[in-house]
Ligand binder design. Structure first.
Ligand code: TMP
Length: 217
């Protein structure tokens, strides 16, 4: 590494359950690789061994297993590990990082929908990570019925234990969708809303247009 190595770019994908983030991240990383851009794909909660251990505590079990504040703190504990050991070192080496969820998920799920409050999540972020933020956040937006149908279809094909939030009911997911749109409206310099209707290829094309426009690649 030399002093002239340009910092990598940090992209996050956000949205409710069943919006297709995981599929789209694979498409995006493939396209970046075709452009010769070295990329790592990661996720939250997770992204480090400690973060994956925290993930196991969060994504399974009863829907009321945690107090929302406890959940926010656990997610931030995993996030500090993730930024310190995975994200920041990669960016410094010029590697791009694409993460399936990041801080906006805590704001949407715990802050807005589960009642912890925006101010307390902002304070928590500031305390844990200061001004560290993604360069671009793509918010995948889909009507709730379509998203839950997709999530149910996925679970019917391969039942998974990580469905604690998917079991939270339609009205929770309606509020979640509105929360992500509100986050996007509040920070238009960083966030872009992507219409997640259509085939995976159509959505991938929208995402690629947004990424190439944003970074001039
Ligand atoms: P995933 O299944 O989309 O990977 O996400 C795991 C679950 O964790 C998902 O239901 C959203 C939830 N979550 C939070 O509630 N708060 C957070 O800060 C994060 C990162 C995820």
């Amino acid at each position: 590494m030399t002093d002239r190595t340009p910092r990598g770019c940090f992209i996050t994908l956000e949205g409710g359950e069943g919006t297709g983030k995981t599929t789209q991240i694979k498409h995006l990383c493939n396209r970046l690789a075709e452009r010769g851009i070295e990329t790592i794909q990661t996720r939250e909660p997770g992204g480090t061994p400690a973060g994956e251990a925290v993930r196991n505590l969060l994504v399974s079990g009863d829907t009321d297993r945690w107090q929302p504040m406890s959940e926010a703190l656990l997610n931030y504990a995993a996030r500090v590990e993730h930024v310190t050991h995975t994200i920041a070192p990669a960016l410094e080496r010029g590697i791009w990082v694409v993460s399936d969820r990041f801080a906006d998920s805590t704001m949407a799920y715990q802050g807005i929908c589960q009642g912890v409050g925006r101010d307390r999540i902002e304070t928590l972020h500031d305390t844990a990570l200061g001004e560290f933020a993604p360069d671009l956040t793509l918010i995948l937006d889909l009507p709730v019925e379509t998203a839950l149908e997709r999530a149910n279809r996925r679970n019917a094909g391969a039942p998974r234990s990580e469905d604690r939030f998917e079991r939270m009911g339609q009205s929770f997911h309606e509020r979640l969708r509105a929360a992500f749109l509100e986050i996007a409206r509040a920070d238009p310099a960083r966030c872009q809303v992507i219409d997640a209707n259509g085939t995976p290829e159509q959505v991938a094309a929208r995402i690629w247009a947004s990424v190439t426009r944003t970074f001039g690649i």
